[in-house]
Structures are given as C-alpha cells and as structure tokens.
Ligand binder design. Structure first.
Ligand code: OOG
Ligand code: NI
Length: 508
C-alpha cells in the first residue's frame, strides 16, 4: 500500500546513508568497531558537557557520515551527480588535489545545503574524478582509457529508475526565492520504486574482489599511480571509506591505540580547542584485501593478489570559517610548517608527532583566538542567530535609546541575553587534510606511492590551469560547483533576518 504517496528526498538520502553504512560494515568489519568507539565517546562527551551540542546536532550526530568514491570518466561523474541530486545533494566546492598534492584527480563534495535538510540528514560524499590526461605513459593511459570505456557502473534498471525519479521531482519552495538553494524535495513515485532505486545504487558502490584486469596490467596502472589502479581496475567506484563524526577525536585516537588499530599518526587539521573550528580528521590505514585478476592465458582461471584502498576515518567538526577566518587559518598553518621545518633543520631529524602537535597548539594559541565572542567580533567564523524567549517583550527595550546602526542593536541584544549566536558547523572538507588522508592510505606495504609527473611540472601548473580544470569538472557534474562560503553566509544572513523580523526591528 501507499504506492501513490512517494517519498521526500531527505528521507531517501537518510535511507541511502544508513544502507551504505550497513554495506560498509559488512564489507569492512573494522569500520563497525570505529562506530562503536565513536558512539561510546560521543555518549560520554554529551553527559560530561551537556551544552556542547545544540538540539539539532544531538538529533543528527549519531547518523552523521561522509563517504568517498572515485570515478574514472566525466560520464560516470555525470551519472553519480544525477543520483545525488534526487537524494537532495548538491555539488559544493572544488578540490584541486593535483595542484595541492600531486594526485591525478580533482574533486567536489555532494551534500545537502539547506539548514533543514542538513539537520534531517547531512550525508556527504567526497567525489573524485580521475584526470586521465595526467598519466604520462602512453601505453598505460590507453590501457586505462580502454578499461574505462568498456565498463558500465550502473545496471540498466538503475538507469531506468533514476529517470523515473527525476521525472517525478516536485521542486520545493526555494528558500529566499534563491535558485541555488532549490533542491528536489519530493519524489512522486511509488515507494517501492524508490526503495529499489536505493538497492540498485548500493550495487554501484559495493566492493568487487574480481578485477577486470590481468595482474600485469594492474601493476602497470599502479606504477602510474596507485589511485589509477584503484579507479580503473574494478567494475565500479567502490566506496573507499565512511566517516562517523565524533565530539572528541583525540579520545577516539587514543582508544584506537588501546585496541591495537593501525591508526594514522597525526590528526589532520587544527589543534584541539575549546571552540572547535573547521575539521579534524584521522583514519586507520587502508587494509590489504584479497582480489583476483583475470588470467590472460586461461580465461577460466583467476590469479590471486592484493589491493590496498579501503580504510576507516573519524572526524570532529567545528565552526565554519569566513573568508577572513580561512585566510587566518592558512596563515597560521604556514607558520606551523615553518616552525616544523626550523625544528627539523635544527635537530637534524624529523619532528615526532608530539613535537608537531606542540607546534600546532602553540601557533594557534598565539594567533587564532579561542574565544567564541572574539571569533564573532573579529568576523572569523559564521554564526546562526536565534532569539531566546519572547521576542515581543524584548523589542520595546531594544528600540529605546539605542544607536540606529544595525550591529549595535545586535550586540546589545546579545549582551542582554535576548539573542544567542551559535557557531554554524563546517559541512565541507579541507584540501590539505584530504591530501593527507589520501597519501597516508596510498602507501600500502607493497605499493610505494609513485608520482605521475615530476613535482616541478606540477608546481608550474598555474592558477588559470586550475580554473580550466575546475570548469571541466563542473561540466561533468552538470550543475555549478557551489561556493561553500556563500552557503554559510546565506545561513547567517537568513538567521539575522529572522531575528530582526521576530523582534519587530528593521534590518539588523
Ligand atoms: C577521499 C579522501 C578525502 C576527506 O575526508 O578529506 C576525504 C578519498 O580517499 O577518496 O575523504
Ligand atoms: Ni574522508
């Protein structure tokens, strides 16, 4: 029954996210262990610090995940982009991992963008596209092209269902009448079609231990770059990690150690802070998994081997930074790298992870205020403003004897406790951390990461080349890569307008 009722895209996304999580847990049991650790730590943190998370966060925290996939061609990306769109996810941001880290890919993140949608289920996918033109060796490049040209990542039924869902989209009311926030809200298809669609999508992202290539070809692809082998050798873009969100990443890191899980040495991103900013991430190293290669001499026999790509990651999310905050962050990070470089030169050995963490803490302590109110006054982070209590009883007091200038009204409302400013959570990714996560997982025991082109050639890549690459990724995605800063700013401005309206003020 209920066939005619359809389903909203937020619910379908929530179902997709939990189904993916189930799938990955069955494929990588260590990911299940991570979920257990994170749930324990989050529970303890909420008890110890009840005001640490907002109501919205409590409701989304334990289902919150991000995942990552890597595709081989613009057509594959275009197809995934359509899938994510019916799930209410839009492409946000551009990550040039070639310019940043010498990896032969570039990426965007698909995620919900409205506050309500984010609260219902914030599932995000970091999606990378191979830049096949960066494979220097002609023979390897042609091999990769051949393999990619001959594969279909989705079943005909998946394509059919996707078309049906797309045709049924009833766009919701656009927030603020602004078109970029327009996402599908309701899919007027029979419920069973929507559920079958999710099943078909899972088939795209599941692991296939049978590869399409011979061992020799696999080795050739891996010599170009381990990422090339991972992207090209399989039937489709297996999900390579899923990441739960924790409230205390340092505790999760320690617990991984206690359980003997092979974790990355350093937590990427900013140091621990009272007012967390951006994103801190760590992971356990990619597992070496049994795969089988085709046998060019006997098509009925398979050749066994290993592939290293899939891992588990944990993240702690903090406040989204404004352009000014992001610039300051980058400046502090540069100072961190300079200090680390100086230390390593002076003591003629690599800095330990403790030494690195000490530098990180020191530079942030010195240069990036950890006071929420200061962050707000200096315009370093985005906030959501909310009226506490009854707006009608406060507006007469506000309008008496106050400066006409908007900010002052707001400041006095905050000081009097009538308005609170809550940090807006960072929903995106950090290029440097993404690079660090990629790199720490490419060095499997038998697979030293080898560069696709010399780093000199890469450094010569200009800003305009990066712009060009971005346009090509955008063309494949089929919709604009949205600017994360603009999205956070819209949330902040929207909340201020709501405060002004409720309090009967003019513009704040
Ligand atoms: C994506 C790595 C980046 C993150 O959290 O920054 C990432 C990948 O390994 O495909 O997921
Ligand atoms: Ni990740």
């Amino acid at each position: 029954g209920g066939s005619q009722h359809g389903i909203d895209s937020d619910s379908l996304r929530a179902l997709f996210a939990s189904s993916m999580s189930q799938l990955y847990k069955s494929e990588v049991p260590l990911y299940g262990d991570l979920l257990d650790i994170v749930a324990d730590v989050n529970g303890d943190m909420m008890i110890q610090h009840p005001s640490l998370v907002s109501d919205d966060e409590i409701s989304r925290l334990n289902v919150e995940r991000h995942g990552a996939v890597r595709v081989g061609t613009p057509a594959e990306l275009a197809f995934l982009s359509r899938i994510f769109r019916v799930l209410g996810m839009r492409s946000v941001g551009y990550y040039d991992l070639w310019a940043d880290a010498g990896l032969p890919i570039h990426s965007t993140a698909f995620r919900p963008i409205g506050s309500t949608e984010l609260m219902k289920n914030p599932f995000r996918i970091f999606c990378s596209l191979l830049r096949i033109e960066l494979i220097g060796d002609l023979e390897t490049r042609q091999l990769a092209e051949r393999l990619l040209a001959s594969r279909r990542i989705a079943s005909p039924r998946c394509v059919e269902l996707l078309e049906k869902l797309e045709a049924s989209i009833k766009p919701g009311e656009a927030d603020n009448g602004d078109d970029i926030l327009r996402v599908p809200h309701f899919l007027a298809v029979p419920r069973e079609d929507a559920l079958e669609f999710i099943e078909e999508c899972l088939q795209i992202f599941k692991w296939h231990s049978h590869t399409n290539v011979s061992k020799a070809d696999y080795e050739l692809l891996k010599t170009a770059h381990p990422l090339v082998a991972d992207i090209v050798s399989f039937r489709g873009p297996h999900i390579n990690h899923l990441t739960p969100r924790t409230l205390d990443i340092d505790e999760v890191q320690r617990e991984m150690g206690r359980r003997g899980i092979d974790a990355k040495e350093i937590v990427e991103g900013p140091p621990p802070r009272i007012n967390p900013i951006y994103l801190r991430q760590t992971s356990f190293h990619a597992l070496s998994e049994q795969v089988s290669f085709s046998n060019p001499f006997d098509s009925s026999a398979r050749v066994s081997g290993h592939h290293t790509a899939r891992f588990g990651e944990i993240e702690q999310r903090g406040q989204a930074l404004t352009g000014k905050g992001a610039d300051l962050y980058d400046e502090v990070m540069r100072a961190v790298h300079r200090s680390k470089f100086d230390l390593e030169r002076d003591q003629a050995r690599k800095a330990s992870s403790e030494e690195y963490m000490a530098i990180l803490r020191r530079e942030f302590d010195n240069r990036f205020t950890d006071d929420a109110d200061e962050i707000r006054r200096q315009g370093l982070g985005f906030f959501r403003y909310r009226i506490v209590g009854d707006a009608r009883t406060m507006s007469p007091r506000v309008s008496s004897g106050l400066d006409e200038e908007g900010n002052n009204v707001l400041e006095s409302l905050i000081r009097s406790g009538n308005v609170v400013a809550e940090p807006i959570v960072f929903e995106d990714f950090l290029p440097a951390s993404a690079a660090g996560i990629f790199q720490s997982n490419l060095k499997g025991p038998s697979s030293p990461a080898s560069s696709t082109a010399s780093s000199d050639a890469r450094k010569a890549a200009t800003k305009s080349e990066s712009e060009e690459a971005k346009k090509r990724l955008e063309a494949a995605v089929g919709t604009p890569l949205l600017d994360p800063f603009e999205l956070y700013s819209k949330q902040e401005v929207g909340s201020l307008e709501a405060v002004a309206k409720a309090a009967g003020l003019g513009a704040i």
